[in-house]
Design a protein around this ligand. Structure first.
Ligand code: NAD
Ligand code: UDP
Length: 389
């Protein structure tokens, strides 16, 4: 822990050191949460995942100041009898494990549904049966499309927040038809949310559900052909970073008209830490975690990333930096999209007093500096290697 000062919660009570079973700790969000917990708190983490590359710097060498507070368990929660024991040993379980890249939702819908619903069932059950607190990661995608998206394009009502603002306790969940398999993820996440909520109502499970709104930053996903499969399609930050690093055009799906609000991972992790350390204020709640001030269309995101990357790399942008592609060409059959995602922040503000801080420009500058430093040389090498015939 950085300082010797005792930590207190939002109500001034001392925070007792706890043991946290973190499932999916080796992923993007898990790696940042582990970093925060190790550097700023006295808590212990049992880190469960099938991969550990993104937290290797926290696990080795054994001389690290937090070495006795983090333990990695290489476990696939689909089939591992150690899971219940690890949950029992902990005060709190944080479940991050999921398939959560849109390119998988319509092409691997069964894996997506199993991962986001079936595989999460034992975690909920073990927490409920053993009286353990659970923080479960859901998604903003459970809201699906906005009510406003069904209004005529020129309707003035589209400007009214009542038609687009996404509120935990009021907004409906609006998905496309079953053939639009994109919604397999959102639907599985919605059902696990309902199950957790019901466990709370009927069996007293202490839970918090987190709905992340496009958290982005270093270590998100992978760069195809460098630290992930060459044909893989990660989320938009990594797709655009990959194109910028390779001096290729950024692909805009269906014209890049969809809107998103992006939040810097480090701001979002502050919110999760508040949930962890303020159980009385967080239990029984579903929280939107996003930055309503950072809204852009995907086209605007591409333009901003092009400018920022040119600044951090010192390379001039391509003359025509983007290219339009159809969603069918890019994602295949069954893709569909959320039109707009603005989080209502009322509940998280009231319960935890939390607000995001980082502007979109600043978070892109910091993230693309990382991408350039981490990948530019490896990409140059990969490009210069002759292709095997
Ligand atoms: P990620 O893919 O980087 O992390 C998920 C981790 O879970 C991976 O390391 C993966 O190996 C692990 N995992 C998956 N299945 C597992 C299994 N069966 N056993 C053990 N480990 C397993 O994704 P992320 O961005 O860190 O997202 C974490 C959670 O937050 C997910 O539940 C996701 O749905 C949710 N979420 C994230 C965002 C975002 O903006 N990043 C948005 C919406 C929802
Ligand atoms: N997108 C895009 N080009 C890409 C990757 C994604 O235009 O190379 C779009 C995608 O269609 C969606 C948005 O960017 O409208 C955000 O996609 P992401 O994969 O990050 O996940 P989502 O926010 O849809 O869950």
């Amino acid at each position: 822990m950085a300082s010797g000062v005792a930590r207190v919660d939002l109500d001034g009570r001392p925070i007792k050191p706890m043991t946290i079973c973190m499932i999916g700790a080796g992923g993007f969000i898990g790696s940042h949460l582990c970093e925060k917990l190790m550097s700023e708190t006295p808590h212990k983490v049992l880190a469960l995942d099938v991969y550990s590359d993104k937290i290797k710097h926290l696990l080795e060498p054994s001389t690290l100041p937090w070495a006795d507070r983090i333990q990695f368990h290489r476990i696939n929660i689909k089939h591992d009898s150690r899971l219940e024991g690890l949950i029992k040993m902990s005060d709190l379980t944080v479940n991050l494990a999921a398939i959560c890249t849109p390119a998988d939702y319509n092409t691997r819908p069964l894996d997506t549904i199993y991962s986001n619903f079936i595989d999460a069932l034992p975690v909920v059950k073990y927490c409920s049966e053993n009286g353990k607190r659970l923080i479960h990661f859901s998604t903003c995608e459970v809201y699906g499309k906005t009510i406003g998206s069904f209004l005529p394009k020129d309707s003035p009502l589209r400007q009214d927040p009542a038609y687009y603002m996404l509120s935990e306790d009021a907004s409906p969940c609006i998905f496309g038809s079953i053939e639009k398999q994109r919604w397999s993820y959102a639907c599985a996440k919605q059902l696990i949310e309902r199950l957790i909520y019901a466990e709370g109502a009927e069996n007293g499970l202490e839970f918090t559900i987190v709905r992340p709104f496009n958290w982005i930053g270093p270590r998100m996903d992978f760069i195809p052909g460098i630290d992930g499969p060459s044909e893989g399609v990660p989320r938009v930050l990594a797709c655009f970073s990959n194109a910028l690093l390779r001096r290729q055009q950024l692909k805009l799906v269906d014209g890049g008209q969809s809107q998103r609000t992006f939040i810097f991972i480090k701001d979002a992790i502050e919110a999760v830490l508040l949930m962890i350390e303020n159980s009385a204020r967080a239990n029984g709640h579903i929280f939107n975690v996003g930055n309503p001030n950072n809204e852009v269309t995907v086209r605007q995101l591409a333009e901003m990333m092009t400018q920022v990357y040119s600044k951090v790399s010192g390379e001039p942008p391509l003359e025509v930096p983007t290219i339009d592609v159809s969603s069918k060409e890019f994602y295949g059959e069954g893709y569909d999209d959320s039109d707009k995602r603005i989080p209502d922040m009322t509940i998280i503000n009231r319960q935890l007093g939390w607000n995001p801080k980082t502007s979109l420009w600043d978070l892109l500058e910091s993230t693309l500096t990382y991408q350039h430093r981490t990948y530019a040389e490896a990409i140059k090498k990969a490009i210069s290697q002759p292709v095997a015939t």
